[in-house]
Design a protein around this ligand. Structure first.
Ligand code: SF4
Ligand code: SF4
Length: 366
């Protein structure tokens, strides 16, 4: 597997992970569990603003690893794809750019022409497998293989629905054969709209012990398992958010991370990238949030730099050589579920938060 590619770019410059969320809420699928609710929510995307923000990100004095959070399906927008092509083909601070797709679009009409137009040496794509919705899983993996062959740093994304855990092993085998990682997200909140699902269960808290055992074995990294499945409490952990990682919203407002924006933490605002300089933090952030559910954000924790090599795709990081697997599970706080051991207290504390994080999660896998 060739994912173990260190971030490159101008090595003199410091690394900066950037997540830019664009609010393009349009899709070519209609998943019953769609939490981004693209049919109901307003399309807030503005092409001109997007292009200007990308231009400013490309001028930052950093080696930028950019993740575009779409909130819909990117292959329904030739305009957004043209901007991504430009990022890939232009010399700028951005050494890596990635996004997620459901890969439902036609290869001949949409995906193939885009890949042919772009320098794939910068490009990363997360292919989210919606296997309860798409008809042809073989075709999905065929497209993944073609992306991989074209030089894209590709991964398959999958949400660990408890009813589908039996399928994960098979998908992992298929990914291994293709040489691409299977990057997992835990289910967060309750599951509605899927046959056989119990809507009264709240995840990841209600995975059974047996399910947890299987998931731990199948999960892509111990880091991601600790954060997304065990819900390790991040409050108090050292994080690069604000210093070597930022969140840029669709208006250009910059925050250390999306959770800090949404929680209205005091003084999180770092400036607007279209209007003036960004006030980067000089020190790491002490995480002020109980749980960091977002896989694209919790990689900003400093513990990732201790145990893993980063790549040009924000969501892909691989264990450093020589670190025993057991060690990769050490150094994390206890689970937030253990901390708030009473179910009542947990629900009080996380009732609203869980519905919010479900949306954050889908923003990352859609
Ligand atoms: S761990 Fe997550 S929530 Fe906490 S500061 Fe870092 S990015 Fe933000
Ligand atoms: S979950 Fe993603 S792929 Fe499915 S309908 Fe929603 S936005 Fe589209």
């Amino acid at each position: 597997m060739d994912v173990n590619i260190l971030p490159s770019g101008d090595e003199q410059l410091p690394y900066l992970g950037v997540r830019h969320q664009i609010g393009y809420r349009r899709c070519n699928l209609n998943c019953p569990y769609c939490i981004s609710k693209w049919r109901e929510r307003e399309l807030t995307f503005d092409l001109d603003t997007f292009q200007k923000i990308i231009g400013r990100i490309g001028e930052l004095p950093y080696r930028v690893c950019l993740r575009i959070g779409v909130e819909g399906e990117i292959f329904t927008s030739p305009e957004i794809l043209r901007v991504v092509t430009d990022i890939c083909n232009r010399d700028s601070s951005i050494f890596g750019v990635s996004f997620s797709t459901n890969l439902h679009a036609s290869w001949e009409q949409s995906i193939g022409p885009f890949i042919e137009s772009a320098n794939t040496a910068k490009l990363g794509i997360g292919c989210t497998l919606h296997d309860t919705v798409i008809k042809d899983v073989d075709l999905f993996f065929e497209k993944v293989a073609r992306l991989k062959q074209s030089g894209v740093m590709v991964y398959v994304g999958y949400v660990a629905l408890p009813e589908r855990i039996g399928f994960i092993r098979e998908y992992e085998r298929r990914c291994e054969r293709l040489g691409v990682p299977l990057v997992m997200n835990a289910l967060v909140g309750s599951l509605k709209g899927l046959e056989g699902a119990d809507p009264k269960r709240t995840y990841p808290r209600d995975y059974t012990a047996e399910e947890l055992g299987e998931l731990r074995e199948l999960w892509d990294t111990p880091h991601s398992y600790k954060l997304l499945v065990e819900a390790a409490r991040t409050r108090g952990m050292a994080c690069s958010a604000g210093k070597n990682y930022i969140y840029v919203d669709r208006n250009g407002d910059v925050y250390p991370c999306s959770a800090m924006k949404k929680k209205l933490i005091r003084e999180p605002f770092m400036g607007n990238i279209l209007q003036g300089p960004i006030r980067f933090r000089t020190d790491d952030t002490v995480c002020p949030i109980d749980v960091c559910w977002c896989g694209n954000e919790n990689q900003a924790l400093r513990i990732v730099d201790r145990y893993y090599n980063r790549t040009r795709t924000l969501r892909i990081f691989t264990p450093r050589e020589g670190i025993p697997e057991d060690k990769l599970y050490q150094g994390y706080n206890r689970s937030a579920f253990a901390f708030f051991s009473s179910r009542v207290r947990m629900d009080e504390r996380y009732g609203r938060a869980l519905s919010r994080v479900r949306r954050i999660l889908l923003e990352n896998v859609s």
